[in-house]
Design a protein around this ligand. Structure first.
Ligand code: MD3
Ligand code: FE
Length: 217
């Protein structure tokens, strides 16, 4: 049984939901990858566990994160930056598993961004009450590259705004297996995740895991 908030409105795998001129949600695109992806994620987490980082303003982030691939997104009192080593261990971030890379490039191609070659995979873990306030992703070098995001586990309400913080947001539910791709004119849109509701998913329990693939360097 699923206690998932949106269990009564599960979308059809294969549906494409347009968020903007150059952004799309590919419903269920990750589902056929998950049997292979899940054990690879556990290996990544053994080498680089989730940890709560601190914002430049001194707040502890409610969503713990980790990374794999050549570059990892980090936050500290000194600012946000991509780095090649895990600040907790001093070691390079774990390699990006081949199945992660395949999923990201195939989803990008399906959304019209052929040749996407991410060098960073940020992994966020949400538990009930966790949220991500409205922000832009602007720590990457080349904003012409898209961003691919993969949702696993309990569903979330994605908040989707414009190019300025003011001006309101649209809401869209993101479900287990959904993949979203943002690029071009939509790349700098404000976005966030509303507080996660109590729920349960067969694979993740009460958690939502999100992978965000980027070409950072
Ligand atoms: C829209 N993560 O880590 S992914 C983030 O679900 C982040 O964990 C969220 O936003 C999550 O920075 C949302 C969806 C996403 C990612 C990048 C975007 C949406 C985006 C870039 C531009 C516009
Ligand atoms: Fe973001």
């Amino acid at each position: 049984m699923t206690g998932d908030l949106f269990a009564d409105e599960l979308p059809l795998a294969g549906e494409r939901m347009s968020l903007g001129p150059q952004s799309v949600v590919l419903r269920g695109f990750a589902l056929t990858f998950i049997d292979e992806l899940w054990p690879r994620l556990q290996q990544v987490l053994t080498q680089a566990p989730f940890r709560h980082m601190v914002t430049p303003g001194g707040q502890t982030m409610s969503v713990p994160l980790t990374n794999c691939g050549p570059l990892g997104w980090t936050s500290s009192r000194a600012g946000y930056r991509y780095r090649s080593d895990d600040p907790d261990s001093g070691l390079p971030w774990p390699a990006m598993p081949a199945v992660f890379m395949r999923l990201a490039t195939e989803a990008a191609a399906a959304a019209g961004f052929a040749g996407f070659a991410p060098d960073a995979c940020l992994i966020n873990r949400y538990r009930p009450g966790s949220r991500l306030t409205l922000h832009q992703d602007r720590n990457e070098r080349d904003f012409s590259q898209p961003i691919v995001s993969v949702s696993l586990g309990v569903s979330a309400v994605f908040l989707w705004g414009g190019l300025q913080r003011a001006g309101g947001t649209q809401r869209m539910a993101l479900f287990h297996g959904d993949v979203a791709v943002w690029g071009g004119v939509d790349r700098m849109r404000y976005h966030g995740i509303a507080p996660i509701r109590e729920g349960s998913h067969a694979l993740t329990g009460s958690e939502r895991i999100n992978f965000t693939f980027r070409k950072a360097g």
